[in-house]
Ligand binder design. Structure first.
Ligand SMILES: [Zn+2]
Length: 547
C-alpha cells in the first residue's frame, strides 16, 4: 500500500459526516469533541457527590455576598475556549486594528468592575471539555466530561443512567418562574455549550437521533434537537439563534442554503415544521435577509438557524452564501425581544468558534472571534441598565496558546518577535519566531498526510505526521499575520487541545460584587441564580435529584 493510501486509512472514522457534501462544514464530531480513552469506573477517585458540589457552590456564593442585590435580568456570555492568553492577545489585536499600539487596550468586558478566576476541571478530567464545564456553569454541579445537564452518577453514553442524574438548569428555573429566555450561539444550537442550557444527554454527540446508538434510542433517550423543540419548562425558549439546521431536518429534506446537504434525522420528523406548528405566532428564519426583516420589538418568539452546521467564523462570514447576522446583531435582537418581559429575562450567549479556531491551530480566527464577542458584550452593556441587569462573562476552559518573546511595545500580535528597529529576534539556530504559538496541534512543521513539511495553512486536517527533517520553518519570508497562517505547534496533533489553567470571570450589575477570588466553576450558577429574586426563592428546585 502506498503512503497516501496507508495514511488515508482511518480518516473517515475520525468524523461522522452526516452529509456527503464538501461545501458545508457539517461534520458532527467537531474538532472540539474530546475523545476519552477510558472513563473512571463507577467509583471515581474523588469523594465529592453531586449534592456536595451543589451545596458547596451555594455556600461559596453566599459567603461572597451573593443574593444581597437584585438583578431583574441575567446575561451570561461564554467565550468557548477563551483562556487568559486569548483575552490578552485579542485585546492587543483589537487595539492594533484601530491603529493603537494595542497593549493599553481593554476588551469591553475587561472594563467590568468585578473579576475572579474559575477552576475548570471536570470531575474526571484534569483538562476539561465544554459539555462538563457548561453543565457546571449552568446547573451548579461539577460533572464528568462529555455529558449535558447530567450529574456524575451517570456514565457517559449510558442511557439508563439519565433519569436519576438529570440536573435542572438555570434556564429551566427561569422558564418555570415566568422569565423570558434566550439562547444565542455561533455553533449549532445543539452543540455542547448551548445544549447544556436546556437538554439532558449522557453524550454530547447525541445532537440528532441519527447520532445516537440504537440501544439508547430503544431505551427511550431523546436526542438534543428534539429536546430543544419539546422543552416542557415554562412556555419554551423565546429566542433561539445559531446554527445547526441539519439536526432538525429529516434525512429526506434538502438544506435550503446548500442543495447537496441533507437533514440528519432518521425518525422522519421535521422539527422546524413542528416548531412552527406549535408556535404559530413565532418566526423561523434561516438567512440574513429574513433576520433583518424581523421586528424584535414586537415579535412573540424567534427560531433562527443560519447554517446546516456551525455558523461561520467572524472572518469568513462575508463570504457566506445566504448571509448571517453577527454575534452582536443576534445579541441586540435577543435583548430587544427579551426586555419586554416585566418579570425579567435570562439570556445565554456563546461565542463558540473561538474554541474551534484554536483547535485548528489558527490564532487569527480565534482572536477575531474573541473581538466579535467583545463587540457583542458591548451591545449588551449599551442596551441594558447596570441598575437591573447582571452581565457575567466567562470561558468554559482555556487552550494551549502561548504568548512569548520580548517584542517591542506595539509589535503586531500576530507577527514575529521584533525589537524597536524592526530587527527580528532569532532562536539559537538563527531563525525568527512568532509571538503566538501553540503547545500542540495542526501547526507542527513536519510533513502530514495533507500538507508538506514547513509552515501549515488553515484548514489543515490530518491524521498522520512525520518528524521534521529540515528543522523549524524559516519564517523570514512568511506573512504570519495572514488569516490562514497556522502558528507553530511544538508537537503534532490533528486537533490542538484545551488547556487546564483557570479562566477569567468578569461581571457588571447587581450581584457582580460577589464575583471575586478563585472559584470552582459551578459557583457561577449560584452567583447568577441568587442575584435574581424570582430564581433566588426557588434555588432548592435545582441541584441533583438524588442525594
Ligand atoms: Zn474545544
Amino acid at each position: 500500500m502506498g503512503r497516501q493510501g496507508r495514511w488515508r486509512t482511518g480518516l473517515v472514522s475520525a468524523m461522522v459526516v452526516v452529509a456527503g457534501c464538501a461545501s458545508a462544514p457539517v461534520e458532527v464530531r467537531s474538532p472540539d469533541a474530546v475523545v476519552i480513552r477510558e472513563q473512571w469506573p463507577e467509583a471515581p477517585p474523588h469523594h465529592e457527590s453531586p449534592r456536595e458540589w451543589f451545596d458547596a457552590g451555594a455556600r461559596v456564593a453566599q459567603e461572597r455576598g451573593a443574593g444581597q442585590h437584585d438583578a431583574r435580568n441575567l446575561i451570561l456570555f461564554v467565550g468557548d475556549g477563551m483562556g487568559p492568553t486569548t483575552v490578552a492577545a485579542a485585546r492587543i489585536l483589537a487595539g492594533q486594528t484601530r491603529g493603537q499600539t494595542g497593549e493599553e487596550n481593554l476588551l469591553s468586558f475587561e472594563r467590568f468592575p468585578f473579576t475572579g478566576y474559575s477552576k475548570t476541571y471536570n470531575v474526571d478530567l484534569q483538562t476539561p471539555d465544554s459539555a462538563g464545564t457548561m453543565t457546571a456553569i449552568i446547573t451548579g454541579v461539577k460533572t464528568r466530561a462529555g455529558v449535558i445537564g447530567i450529574d456524575s452518577s451517570a456514565l457517559r453514553g449510558d442511557c439508563r443512567g439519565t433519569a436519576a442524574a438529570t440536573l435542572p438548569s438555570l434556564l429551566h428555573l427561569a422558564e418555570e418562574q415566568g422569565l423570558a429566555t434566550g439562547v444565542v450561539t455561533t455553533t449549532r444550537v445543539t452543540h455542547a455549550t448551548p445544549a447544556s442550557a436546556y437538554a439532558h444527554a449522557v453524550d454530547r454527540d447525541w445532537e440528532s437521533d441519527a447520532l445516537m446508538p440504537p440501544e439508547a434510542r430503544a431505551a427511550g433517550c431523546h436526542d438534543i434537537a428534539r429536546q430543544l423543540v419539546e422543552l416542557a419548562s415554562g412556555n419554551g425558549i423565546e429566542v433561539v439563534l445559531g446554527g445547526g439546521r441539519q439536526m432538525f431536518l429529516p434525512a429526506s429534506a434538502t438544506d435550503p442554503e446548500y442543495p447537496d446537504v441533507h437533514g440528519s434525522r432518521i425518525d422522519g420528523r421535521d422539527l422546524i415544521a413542528e416548531w412552527q406548528t406549535a408556535n404559530p405566532t413565532g418566526e423561523f428564519v434561516w438567512n440574513d435577509a429574513q433576520f433583518r426583516a424581523l421586528d424584535f420589538g414586537t415579535l412573540d418568539r424567534v427560531f433562527g438557524l443560519f447554517q446546516p452546521g456551525h455558523m461561520q467564523y467572524s472572518h469568513d462570514r462575508p463570504a457566506d452564501a445566504a448571509g448571517e447576522p453577527t454575534l452582536a446583531e443576534m445579541v441586540l435582537a435577543a435583548i430587544t425581544r427579551l426586555q419586554r418581559e416585566p418579570k425579567g429575562y435570562l439570556l445565554i450567549v456563546e461565542a463558540g468558534r473561538i474554541d474551534h479556531a484554536h483547535h485548528a491551530g489558527n490564532a487569527y480566527r480565534a482572536l477575531t472571534d474573541t473581538v466579535a464577542l467583545s463587540d457583542a458584550v458591548q451591545v449588551a452593556v449599551d442596551h441594558s441598565s447596570a441598575e437591573d441587569t447582571l452581565i457575567l462573562v466567562t470561558a468554559d476552559h482555556s487552550h494551549v496558546l502561548n504568548f512569548a518573546g520580548y517584542s517591542v511595545r506595539g509589535n503586531p500580535i500576530l507577527g514575529k518577535v521584533s525589537d524597536a528597529h524592526g530587527t527580528l529576534d532569532t532562536d539559537l539556530m538563527g531563525l525568527p519566531y512568532t509571538t503566538l504559538a501553540y503547545a500542540n496541534g495542526p501547526g507542527y512543521a513536519g510533513e502530514s498526510d495533507t500538507q508538506p513539511e514547513g509552515t501549515k495553512r488553515f484548514s489543515h486536517e490530518s491524521t498522520q505526521s512525520r518528524p521534521v527533517t529540515r528543522g523549524r520553518p524559516d519564517l523570514r519570508d512568511v506573512d504570519t499575520t495572514s488569516p490562514d497562517y497556522l502558528q507553530e505547534a511544538m508537537l503534532p496533533l490533528g486537533s490542538e487541545t484545551h488547556g487546564g489553567e483557570d479562566v477569567g470571570v468578569y461581571a457588571r450589575g447587581p450581584g457582580a460584587e460577589a464575583v471575586r477570588g478563585v472559584m470552582e466553576q459551578n459557583v457561577i450558577f449560584h452567583l447568577l441564580g441568587l442575584a435574581q429574586p424570582r430564581l433566588r426563592a426557588h434555588m432548592d428546585e435545582a441541584g441533583p435529584t438524588a442525594d
